[in-house]
Design a protein around this ligand. Structure first.
Ligand code: E4P
Length: 217
């Protein structure tokens, strides 16, 4: 499983890239609005220049033709842009058209395995299952990831499954066990993923022992 970072913050992207564990970025209108970019296109361009892997940018339009137009512009901003399209009838029609034009798409706001299947049949490159928001609503979000990967595997569907709306490290572990291709993770969770109190304690003890040994010499 690969990890993407779910943020539009250049600072967070830069730090996560430095750790060498992240191979792409997902943004959404909420995440971009939190940052101080002159405009949306500037945000996409500057994030896309920071990473070699996919950078996901979402359309705002809701009608098929308008989504396709917006997607063409976003895709033209950098070669690694993937266009996020919401899972609606117009969204699926837009994905079908963009697939014909070889523009990469990520169908977003997927909340059921049935919706994942629709995204794959429309030709999406990625389908983003919002695990945390399902959990928040009292469902077991990860079950949708499990069902989606089982369906895609059984029927040879090539759409990559993204476990999105990740809230904590266990979500990432469960997504990997469920066979997700990618988990897209907020910076705070990414940091939690590599922390363990026993690692810190271990370093402290090694250093204390080393100081004693070198002091005795
Ligand atoms: C995915 O691409 C979305 O940006 C994201 O995971 C949404 O997560 P949220 O539920 O924390 O807003």
């Amino acid at each position: 499983m690969r990890l993407f970072i779910d943020t539009a913050s250049p600072k967070e992207i830069e730090e996560a890239m430095r750790w060498g564990v992240v191979s792409g970025v997902t943004t959404n209108p909420t995440l971009v609005a939190r940052e101080r970019f002159p405009d949306f296109h500037a945000a996409v361009r500057s994030i896309a220049a920071m990473v070699d892997g996919p950078v996901n940018a979402e359309v705002i339009a809701l009608e098929c033709e308008a989504m396709v137009e917006e997607a063409r512009v976003l895709a033209g901003l950098a070669p690694n842009v993937v266009v996020k399209i919401p899972l609606t009838p117009d969204g699926l029609a837009a994905v079908r058209q963009l697939t014909r034009e070889e523009i990469a798409t990520n169908v977003t706001l997927v909340f059921s395995a049935a919706q994942s299947l629709m995204a794959a049949l429309a030709g999406a490159d990625y389908a983003s299952v919002f695990v945390g928001r399902l959990d928040d609503a009292g469902h077991e979000g990860m079950e949708v990831v499990r069902q989606t990967t089982a369906i895609f595997d059984r029927h040879g569907l090539e759409t990559a499954v993204i476990a999105a709306s990740i809230r904590h490290p266990l979500h990432v572990v469960e997504a990997a066990l469920a066979g997700a291709d990618i988990a897209t993770v907020p910076f705070a969770v990414l940091r939690q993923l590599l922390r363990h109190p026993l690692t810190d304690l271990g370093i402290e003890r090694f250093l204390a022992d080393w100081r004693q040994v070198s002091g005795n010499r």
